[in-house]
Design a protein around this ligand. Sequence first.
Ligand code: NAG
Ligand code: NAG
Ligand code: NAG
Ligand code: NAG
Ligand code: NAG
Ligand code: NAG
Ligand code: NAG
Ligand code: NAG
Length: 665
Amino acid sequence: MAILRAGSCLLIFYLILNVHGKSGSSEKRTFVIDYDNDTFSMDGKPFRYISGSIHYSRVPYQYWDDRLHKMAAAGLNAIQTYIPWNIHEPEEGKIDFSGQQDVVTFLETAQKYNLSVILRSGPYICGEWEFGGLPAWLLKSDNLKVRTMDPNYIKPVGRWLTRLYAELKPMLYKNGGPIITVQIENEYGSYEACDYDYLRFLRDLARECLGNDTVLFTTDGDSDGFLKCGTLPDVYATIDFGVTYTPEKNFEIQRHKEPKGPLVNSEFYTGWLDHWGENHSTIATSEVAKSLDLILALGANINMYMFEGGTNFGFWNGANYPYQPVPTSYDYDAPLSEAGDITEKYMTLRSVITKYNPTAMAVPPSTPKKAYGKVIMTFASTLYDMANLKDPVMSTYPLTMEQLDSYYGFVIYKHIFKSQVSGPLDLSGVRDRAYVNVIRDKKVVLSAVVERDTSNMTVSVDVDAGDFVLVLVENQGRINYGGEMNYNHKGLISNVTLNNITLTDWEQSAFGWDPSQRMLIPSNSFLVPVAKAPSLPSFYAGVLDVEEPQDTYLDMSLWTKGQLFINGMNMGRYWPHRGPQVRLYIPKYALNAGSNLILMLELEQAPCHHSNSKCYVEFMDQPLINATVPQSIHRGISQDTKPLWRWLFDLIMSIIFSEWNLFSF
Ligand SMILES: *[C@@H]1O[C@H](CO)[C@@H](O)[C@H](O)[C@H]1NC(C)=O
Ligand SMILES: *[C@@H]1O[C@H](CO)[C@@H](O)[C@H](O)[C@H]1NC(C)=O
Ligand SMILES: *[C@@H]1O[C@H](CO)[C@@H](O)[C@H](O)[C@H]1NC(C)=O
Ligand SMILES: *[C@@H]1O[C@H](CO)[C@@H](O)[C@H](O)[C@H]1NC(C)=O
Ligand SMILES: *[C@@H]1O[C@H](CO)[C@@H](O)[C@H](O)[C@H]1NC(C)=O
Ligand SMILES: *[C@@H]1O[C@H](CO)[C@@H](O)[C@H](O)[C@H]1NC(C)=O
Ligand SMILES: *[C@@H]1O[C@H](CO)[C@@H](O)[C@H](O)[C@H]1NC(C)=O
Ligand SMILES: *[C@@H]1O[C@H](CO)[C@@H](O)[C@H](O)[C@H]1NC(C)=O
């Protein structure tokens, strides 16, 4: 493929170099693989890394220093990070390396703590991150085949990586920076495509842009099957595996590909990921510590995934398939908590690590947490009454988010029925969850929730001419793993039928998407206002007065499902009704000294739409991400997820509310 020429890399590199001014050190800095001695070699001396994963996109940038300091104080001499392409190129061609996206500052901070950096540049990163790090605008191409030589994929990949490598080249070890190794793709052997041309393209691009003396590596699961399609003969093959008491056996798999050279476990799991509707995952500290000790005793290199998990703020969480979105917290049961706190696991692993890499650095304290208490939340408006930002788009058939150029958040679809009709309204094209309301004479006559990949994605309706249906579709996060990644379109992805007849003439307005992850409010110009109907998706507002901002956790346990904004910042999704996460981490940088606006878009049911008695949220000083999830709540079964008390509660509420409804319009 003659898509990229070396010239483009070099030109950008020199422009960037002048800005950062990183080169010019007189001593020769080298980082290579010493095959004779089965080790990495830094400046001619054997080097073994003890590393931990931290994703800069999951930690508020003001806290990067704090977290990296604590990682160094654990005895680590390296960190590993992914580069999520989609945070840097939210719109095609608009590249952002500022603020939360300022990866160079993140790397410089690592270097300040003498932490080397293992760079996982993608473009695919998995990581339980939205679309595995790929920008959703790629999906505008028909029949996209991600992670292959498909030109619709590879051209933007080439442009992006050329730009990224130019930005990061001054940060390579040989150029005075902390980056010692660069990963090509990510666990590619687990992907069905097995396109070696694609791996070679990525290898050649990295060499062209970073120099052929940069240590490149791949990472795959520890079986020969994974290594088959994930590796190239001249890119160093590493493996990943979790707790084991016989690590020498696991490393035998790596030796099948790399008979000489350093042993490397690129992802040693300190904990595990969560999904909404499953119990919180943990791995016992004693097991992790014992296994870590055995791996280090072999002289192997290790990266602990995660060392600091962090948070999926905004709409950045990914999902697995069959469809299981991951929660807002990415705590991962890691040694540093979601909020960067020192845990028992941290202290135990530190005592293991320092046997091999003695460090004098004292452990910094955890940040203070504050329980600000209850904040009364007041019904502000239904979603459909909010003021305009975007005009609705008219079309014969419903458009997807990608067709609407709005990639994250929500789309409102509206269809006006042309005649009296009753029967099943088929919404099987919903991706991923829809809040359905039928409106007649400004009254809500039907409310239903439809969830993707469930057995019943129809709603029974009985409508008159002039009634209309509002279908609010929530994108719950794109799949980040496996072949389903190519089918990640959101919104309504197929026609809606009523009695098998396709409904035509739709209006739609997308909202929620904005590169800074702030909330955009949709237009109401196409909607008949339905005032004071909190059974519709609605905004609730409250004010928190703060003297001195501190980290805190917002308890959402009385609410059902929605999105939380603090001072306009999108803090993530809440869904205590499904669990296991009940409280959201609020870093102090989201708060101001003075008044703070708490805004919630409650999609299903507020605790208080009939009175103010329970209409509050509570700021607490402890996290809660491990509520017990009942067995009945798991993927594939969504209609029957309510416990009995909740059915009764809802029934009573619906009776009270239906009367209230009549008086209110
Ligand atoms: C590496 O191995 C070679 C050959 O066994 C040996 O001569 C050399 O001293 C070793 N280098 C280091 C840094 O240990
Ligand atoms: C920084 O790390 C390198 C490699 O791990 C080590 O040789 C060096 O002594 C460290 N320097 C400081 C100041 O800790
Ligand atoms: C590596 O790059 C250098 C300079 O860019 C070049 O002289 C050398 O031939 C290259 N080596 C290989 C093996 O491609
Ligand atoms: C499920 O199916 C029944 C019967 O067809 C229907 O009444 C109901 O509205 C459907 N939808 C949901 C989301 O429960
Ligand atoms: C919707 O139906 C029309 C008419 O049959 C068809 O042309 C169109 O492709 C359908 N859209 C989707 C997304 O299936
Ligand atoms: C709708 O179409 C399906 C097959 O496409 C058929 O099984 C079903 O009987 C039809 N329903 C109605 C109400 O016509
Ligand atoms: C949740 O985590 C807390 C703190 O680690 C622990 O005390 C509690 O037992 C856990 N609860 C469940 C249900 O696992
Ligand atoms: C979660 O854990 C509880 C207590 O161990 C158990 O009863 C429940 O079935 C589990 N839920 C799921 C979804 O596995």
